[in-house]
Design a binder for this molecule. Structure first.
Ligand code: NAD
Length: 477
């Protein structure tokens, strides 16, 4: 027998320890060839004053094993705590979050028996980059960061995943009718990269109707690729529609590291009661076994789990009129163990092969082609609580290389030609432009503004890329 593969394990919070124990019991009995290294992350770490929720020794184990099986973590609300999940995904470069959501009809109740979709969610960027600024008492800016390289990598990953797993279609979901630059780039890259995969069908949905369709007709989807926040929301919808949030597992894949977990949270409402469904984490563990090159054990565990579902032995969350016995977490694990070596009769038997290992994990983003980038001005955000005309009168004399073009508030143009009636905030975006815009001209302008005691709170440079604007126009501009 080859040496056991070291795997870092975090028991997590809430129902975490219960479902992890159940999962590890099943893996042990199935003879998974792993050497478990336990680390402590989450609530206990937060309580010691460690705002990141993870200790130095835990990082050390992770850097060595490169594989983490993690139960859910409770993230303390507010108060300077960073989400451990987000920290891990970013620090370990886990850019792809893969979430299969499958129906197990007729054994698990669902309105959509044919549902079998996989969500490939970008995992490091978007609003989850956690970049926020409260620039005045009234308004907070939360930065939605989308990069070309990150988008390209996740889209390519989704297509590669589709090819390797015999999937037929990739659907992109975005909101490019509103976020024309960020989501527009994501959609455009999807179209471009999609051309390299003629054998795969392609389509695009605006995220709102796409989410509605996942809820009403999930069987029409195969692989879905989307940005971080949309992916988070639609995967809970999809898991719930499939029968229970307690069923789906997920993998978080990077070039050097991988993390496997359930998609649900720590369920504090049922923690300590031995009633949670361990299936989500078990499905995460099955994905881990494939990843570390133990596809045979993964198949044995998966088939035993399917056979258990078929036997009607169910935890409370999926208990229905076809169920035979309602069991607790530990008893469910025992039932899966008793089915090891058996295959399902109605549900599809799985037979994983090493080749199905996430080979797409090593997809690299291609550097974007050089494009002419020209500075044309700057948006200077000013904290202002009086009339717009008063601000205009103060700013106009500062015109040099850069001239005041427009002022907007919450993205709506309020000067020139202000249409009264809008609820304004105390931040005005003053757009200065000029043919000879330079960093020095912007600095000069800022100095004049500061010198007259007008409080500027933020500046964004305006660029043009050939004929394409690198900024959006205010509504009405
Ligand atoms: P949740 O997923 O923990 O719970 C939502 C509902 O689903 C609850 O009613 C819960 O009882 C039920 N549920 C969840 N898992 C179940 C299971 N395995 N078996 C049976 N029922 C189950 O979502 P929440 O309540 O919004 O979040 C609780 C905490 O978990 C929060 O602190 C949140 O930040 C954290 N969270 C962590 C992760 C993670 O670690 N990956 C993911 C999501 C949420």
């Amino acid at each position: 027998m080859t040496e056991a593969k070291p795997v870092t394990v975090a028991y997590g919070d809430g129902i975490g320890p219960e479902i992890m124990e159940a999962t590890l019991d099943i893996l042990r009995e199935a003879k998974a060839n792993i050497a478990v290294e336990t680390i402590e992350v989450g609530e206990k770490q937060y309580k010691t004053g460690n705002t990141s929720g993870i200790s130095a020794s835990a990082w050390e184990s992770l850097r060595r094993t490169k594989v983490l099986l993690k139960a859910p973590i409770t993230t303390p609300q507010g108060g300077g705590y960073k989400s451990l999940n987000v920290t891990m995904r970013k620090t370990l470069g886990l850019y792809a979050n893969v979430r299969p959501c499958v129906c197990y009809y007729p054994f698990v109740k669902t309105a959509h028996p044919a549902m079998d979709l996989v969500i490939v969610r970008e995992n490091e960027e978007d609003l989850y980059a956690g970049i926020e600024y409260q620039l005045t008492v009234d308004a907070v800016h939360c930065v939605k960061l989308i990069t070309r390289s990150g988008s390209e990598r996740i889209i390519r990953y989704a297509f590669e995943y589709a090819v390797q797993n015999g999937r037929k279609k990739v659907t992109c979901m975005s909101k490019d009718n509103i976020m024309k630059l960020a989501d527009g780039m994501f959609h455009k890259l999807f179209n471009q990269i999609g051309e390299e995969y003629p054998q795969i069908a392609k389509e695009h949905y605006i995220i709102d109707i796409g989410t509605a369709r996942i809820a009403s007709a999930p069987e029409r989807f195969d692989v879905i690729v989307t940005e971080n926040l949309y992916g988070d929301i639609i995967s809970d919808v999809a898991a719930e529609v499939s029968g229970s949030v307690g069923l789906a597992g997920s993998s978080n894949i990077g070039t050097n590291f991988a993390m496997f977990e359930a998609i649900h949270g720590s369920a504090p409402d049922i923690a300590g009661k031995n009633i949670a469904n361990p299936s989500g984490l078990l499905n995460g563990a099955i994905m881990m076994l494939i990843h570390i090159g133990q596809p045979e054990v993964a198949s044995v565990v998966h088939n035993a789990w399917l056979a258990t579902l078929e036997s009607g032995i169910h935890t409370g969350d999926i208990f229905n009129e076809t169920s035979r016995e309602k069991v607790c977490t530990r008893e469910f694990a025992k039932a899966v163990i008793s089915h090891l070596g058996k295959s399902p009769k109605t549900l599809r038997t799985v037979n994983y092969k090493a080749a199905e290992k996430s080979g797409a994990a090593h997809v690299h983003a291609v550097a974007s082609a050089p494009e002419e980038r020209r500075l044309v001005g700057a948006d200077i955000f000013i904290h202002w609580q009086k009339e717009v005309e008063d601000l205009v009168n103060l700013l106009k004399p500062f015109a040099g290389e850069l001239k005041l073009q427009t002022i907007s508030n919450k993205g709506l143009k309020v000067w020139p030609d202000y249409v009264p009636g809008m609820n304004l905030t105390d931040q005005f975006n003053c757009r200065f432009k000029g043919d000879k815009a330079t960093p020095a001209a912007i600095a000069d302008l800022l100095q004049k503004i500061a010198g007259s005691n007008i409080e500027f709170i933020k500046i964004e440079n305006l660029y043009e890329y050939g004929a394409r604007l690198g900024y959006t126009l205010g509504q009405g501009e």
